[in-house]
Design a protein around this ligand. Structure first.
Ligand SMILES: NC(=O)c1ccc[n+]([C@@H]2O[C@H](COP(=O)([O-])OP(=O)(O)OC[C@H]3O[C@@H](n4cnc5c(N)ncnc54)[C@H](O)[C@@H]3O)[C@@H](O)[C@H]2O)c1
Length: 176
């Protein structure tokens, strides 16, 4: 596969993490802010992707409590821009069935679990966000679902729990 990495390079980014692929002919990097719709349109026109994985977000709960504005702008308005840029491109391409827009969300949109391993989140769990971060991600999930229902836009929406591994940002739970 050829991969285009779109990232604004906020405090959370680290280009060293992709240094091992940076020279590959199958890899391209575009420093673009998803709040900038025109720049997103230019990326779609230039690279003509057959799928999008939308991970870009403000993601740290404590930061969302200290300063929620960036979370609304990137996670809500930025997701709206991603959906519209991708839908416009997909429509111009003749709405191919194989296209996918994968929105990466979080289990935090479902709120908190009681300390009982028998109780789990499922796809039927009601939304119950508890922080500016999770509320902004819940908002983005509703936009993604609406773009599917309204426009038939081919989306996949996933709500993973905490990930960890190499290059984990040090502010997250497990590194801390
Ligand atoms: N890490 C986890 O455990 C976890 C769990 C559940 C869901 N998620 C979701 O997965 C995604 C990635 O999480 P992460 O932990 O890698 O986040 P992170 O905060 O470590 O990295 C976010 C990336 O998005 C980029 N970004 C931020 N604002 C941007 C903007 N306006 N335009 C373009 N790029 C921007 C940053 O530069 C950074 O590279 C997020 O959508 C997050 O909500 C993560």
């Amino acid at each position: 596969h050829q991969v285009v990495n779109v990232d604004a390079l906020t405090y959370a980014a680290c280009l060293d993490n992709v240094a091992m692929v940076a020279g590959s002919p199958d890899y391209a990097f575009e420093q673009v802010d998803i709040r900038d719709r025109a720049a997103l349109d230019a990326v779609f026109a230039k690279h003509q992707p057959d799928a999008v994985m939308h991970l870009a977000a403000e993601s740290h709960v404590d930061r969302s409590i200290d300063g929620p504005a960036d979370f609304i702008e990137t996670n809500v308005t930025g997701t709206f821009n991603m959906l519209e840029a991708a839908r416009t491109y997909w429509t111009a391409q003749g709405k191919p069935d194989s296209f996918r827009f994968h929105h990466i969300s979080t289990d935090e949109v479902f709120g908190s679990l009681p300390n009982d391993p028998a109780i789990k989140f499922t796809e039927d769990t009601p939304y119950d966000p508890r922080s500016p971060y999770s509320a902004s991600k819940a908002s983005s999930d509703h936009l993604v679902r609406a773009w599917h229902e309204t426009y038939g836009f081919p989306v996949v929406l996933t709500n993973c729990s905490n990930n960890y591994g190499p290059f984990h940002f040090p502010e997250k739970l497990i590194p801390v």
